[in-house]
Structure formats: structure tokens, C-alpha cells
Design a protein around this ligand. Sequence first.
Ligand SMILES: [Zn+2]
Length: 241
Amino acid sequence: MLARATVYRLRDWGVGRQRGWGCPIPVIHCTACGAVPVAEADLPVVLPAGLDFSRPGNPLTRAEAWKSAPCPQCGAPAERETDTLDTFVDSSWYFARFPDPHAAQPVGPAADGWLPVDQYVGGIEHAVLHLLYSRFVTRALRDGGLVKVSEPFERLFTQGMVTHETYRRQNGEWVEPAAILFRQEGAHAAPSSARRASRSSWAMQKRCRSPSAMGSPRPRSPTSTGSTPPGCSCFPTRARS
Ligand SMILES: [Zn+2]
């Protein structure tokens, strides 16, 4: 008789990003010793302030003062890793840190009283990507003796994507949805403050992540394309007895 099996497809995950934000990778590259972990006493590595984003590429590669560091092993001049971690890495375990945010260890003893998280709310991409990463990382934390739970969340609620039509002029300027007059179905006219703009100068945008287009969101199917999620939340809500 065939047994039912659950198959997980957690593929290789590129966690290094060439950006000036995210979680620093605590590694120092030495020409003699190779890639050497930063000493635990020197953690966390903190990214420098005042990075120059005016040029393409990773600004950390140009942050010479931050980049230069002695090799933890031989003391020779060496260089910090300038890639940072994908933000999903940190979001795959922050719920274990939040119950005890001032603990000396990454996960404090209070976490055992709070975990797993009762209710996890997120967009559809969280149902496979972040959820699977979190479960993987939680098992690693468990195997490392940092948490007792094997599963980070008790329940998942996928709220779908919240999207809304957005509007901008041909010059790229965003316009509040409330300022648009709808004369007939499917037609859009300029707001009173910009009556001189011709109707053809208005372009309807499909994306929702715009600076001034978040009014009156209209929920749509989770499979809507071209939209961005409103974020997720997965905080422990009560301590367990
Ligand atoms: Zn060295």
C-alpha cells in the first residue's frame, strides 16, 4: 500500500546580495587565511552610515574605512565581506528573538514560553517562500539547541494581495486616487487642480507600491499579477503556560 508523502521543494537559496543594506555577513577575507569568521565578541557587525548610493553597484565595496579590518586569525590587514544577507534570512527567525529582545544570546530563554507563533498573516508569496525558509531555519535553530519547537507557526492566514489602481501624469508625478474624477466607466479625467491636463496625459498604473496611491485599497484575488504585497506579520501573541 502506498503511503502519503509530503514533498518540500526548498531549492538553493542565494542569500548574498550586493547592496548597502540587509544583515552583514560576519566574515573577513584574509589573503593568507582565507575566509575567517568574525570573533563572537565582535558581533554584530554593523553597517556604516552615510553610504554613497549615487553610483551603481554595492556602496559597501567603496566604504574603505569600514571594509578594512584585521584578520581575526593572523592579525594582518584584511577585508570584510561586502555582500549582505537577503532580508528573508533575518525574517526567518526574528519571531524567536522578539520574545526576549535584550537577551545576551541571539535567542533568549523566554522564547520557549512564547513559541510557536499562534497566527501568521502574509501575502501569497509568504505561503511558500518565507514560510518554508522560516521552517527550515527553525529546524536549524532547534538542532543547534537554541529553540525547542520544530515548527515556528501554528496557523497561516494568507490574506491575498491588496491592490489598487494608481495614477500618474506623463511627467511621472503621482496623483491621489481621490483627486481623480470618474466621468464614465473606464474613463479618467484630470482632477480640478490640474484641469488643463488632457485626458491622454493620464496613465493608469497597475502596481500598488506608489507613494500616493494607497487610499481605499480593494482586495483582489491572491493570484493578481503585477502587484506588491502589503507585508506580513508573524509575532508571538501570548506566552504559553
Ligand atoms: Zn589571516
